[in-house]
Design a binder for this molecule. Structure first.
Ligand code: BJW
Length: 245
């Protein structure tokens, strides 16, 4: 199966990749649906990543994201991120579509990155929906918007919110035009991102999944490769670089 994927990748002019939390797991960032640990063990992420949760308890949600920002700051790109950046360098038209908010793809050297769910390192005003870079150190948690005084929140996409239009348009365009589409480390249960592999397949792409274990996308795609992304992606890249050059 890996040989067939490699032969498609070798000839593809256009490749799109959809990544999820599994890609960053080997950098020490827990996946979204893993049990939370320590202080956060009793909270369900579905109940923290919503505007309703923020309205109900802005301090709790802000502190959860502050904890996660700390994990991201301490993390480094792993071999999966690096292999995807290398794949981009050898592909004429390459789009890295990520659901991750940790920014690790750019830190690994990926250039054409589409962030569907925002970025945890950015902050925006909950009321005005504009990015805010600095705010007064009043000690409020969450801090207040310097322009309107409203609460600040992470610039990520919560359940029930729409994805940034430009990012969604870039992702669907890439899915429609690519010849190979890879889904890496995503459970494939969160919409609308989960539709992208099917859009690509309907548009004629060869679609492969790389995951630790079969999930929602299982057996609906052209190929499944099971194992850690940090092992499988470098293997694919090494094969591309050594065979048939
Ligand atoms: C490894 C590995 C290793 C581990 N190697 N693999 C249609 C039908 C049903 C519901 C909906 C629908 N349309 C919209 C909805 C509602 C909702 C939704 O999808 N709900 C579902 C849960 C049912 N979607 C939305 O609300 C979206 N908005 C929207 O559609 O707007 C229009 C609209 C508005 C109002 C009403 C209706 C429509 C927005 C979705 C936003 C998602 N946001 C989050 C949080 C971001 C901020 C944050 O990080 O806190 O994004 S939720 C969370 O899930 C996060 C992730 O990006 C996303 C996807 O998770 P991911 O990446 O797949 O992670 P996991 O943990 O699920 O899976 C990890 C995988 O890795 C596993 O498979 C492991 O096996 C694997 N793995 N180690 C390889 N080493």
């Amino acid at each position: 199966m890996i040989e067939l994927l490699i032969s498609h990748l070798r000839t593809a002019e256009s490749v799109a990749v959809l990544t999820g939390a599994g890609v960053s797991a080997e950098s020490g960032i827990p996946t979204f649906r893993d049990a939370q640990t320590g202080l956060w063990a009793r909270y369900d992420p579905h109940e923290l990543a919503t505007p309703e949760a923020f309205r109900r308890n802005p301090r709790l949600v802000w502190e959860w994201y502050a904890y996660r920002r700390g994990l991201v700051a301490a993390a480094a790109p792993n071999p999966a991120h690096l292999a995807l950046a290398a794949l981009e360098r050898r592909t004429p038209d390459f789009t890295l579509i990520t659901q991750n908010v940790d920014g690790l793809h750019r830190r690994a050297g990926s250039q054409n990155v589409v962030e569907l769910h925002g970025n945890i390192t950015r902050t925006k005003c909950f009321d005005e929906d504009v990015v805010v870079e600095r705010w007064p150190a009043t000690g409020d948690v969450p801090p207040c918007c310097p322009s309107c005084g409203g609460p600040l929140r992470p610039d990520v996409v919560w359940f029930g919110e729409t994805l940034p239009a430009a990012a969604w348009n870039a992702a669907t365009a890439a899915a429609r035009r690519c010849q190979v589409f890879l889904c890496v480390g995503t459970s494939g249960v969160v919409q609308p991102a989960a539709d992208l592999p099917f859009l690509a397949r309907r548009s004629g792409a060869y679609v492969a999944e790389i995951n630790l274990a079969p999930g929602a996308l299982h057996d609906q795609l052209d190929a499944q490769l099971y194992g850690p992304a940090g092992e499988i992606l470098p293997r694919i890249l090494a094969a591309l670089e050594t065979i048939g050059e």
